[in-house]
Design a protein around this ligand. Structure first.
Ligand SMILES: [Fe+2]
Ligand SMILES: [Fe+2]
Length: 176
């Protein structure tokens, strides 16, 4: 048997999702201070999405009658060397989360926890989208790093990452 229960591992992921949310607030604050409001808005919204992921996991733990642990808040970076760095950080971050999600999926499978496996499926799909989103944004930001106002235009025009997903699992406290 694996040494960790799925509920323990999911509680750890709740902490990771909240940390990602805080990290994105840090990136948003950086862009806001640079007067790049569209990039700021994008990261504020991503921060809410990460919080929502944590709340979905909390709802699941409540539904299956497992203990929920709410983690401490760790301070996050709000200054960066240049306008590309937060997006590079975000892409790396999303790749790491992808690995964490696969590990949870694997644990669910190993322990024959079918409801957990089914729950994790949405997150597998979500990570494909999140990595692609940050990858696209990194392309645009790198191409326009000497004039981030071009990125602002792109964000206004394309609204990357916008729109609801009706297949998302329910979140504790209701959706945002
Ligand atoms: Fe997430
Ligand atoms: Fe994410």
């Amino acid at each position: 048997m694996p040494e960790k229960s799925f509920a323990d591992a999911l509680n750890e992921q709740v902490a990771n999702e909240f940390a990602a949310s805080q990290q994105y607030v840090g990136a948003a604050v950086y862009y806001d201070a640079e007067t790049l409001p569209r990039l700021a808005h994008f990261f504020y919204r991503q921060a809410l999405e990460e919080r929502e992921h944590a709340m979905m996991m909390i709802q699941y733990l409540l539904d299956v009658d497992e203990e929920v642990r709410i983690p401490d808040i760790k301070s996050q970076q709000t200054s960066y060397d240049d306008g590309v760095a937060p997006v590079r950080m975000a892409l790396e971050q999303e790749k790491v989360v992808g690995e964490e999600i696969y590990a949870l999926f694997e644990l669910a499978r190993e322990t024959k926890d079918y409801r957990a496996e089914q729950f994790m499926q949405w997150f597998v799909k979500e990570q494909v989208e999140e990595v692609a989103l940050m990858h696209d944004l990194l392309n645009v930001v790198e191409r326009s790093k000497d004039n981030l106002l071009l990125v602002e235009d792109y964000m206004a025009r394309e609204n990357p990452g916008g729109g609801d997903d009706p297949t998302a699992p329910p979140a504790a406290g209701g959706s945002m």
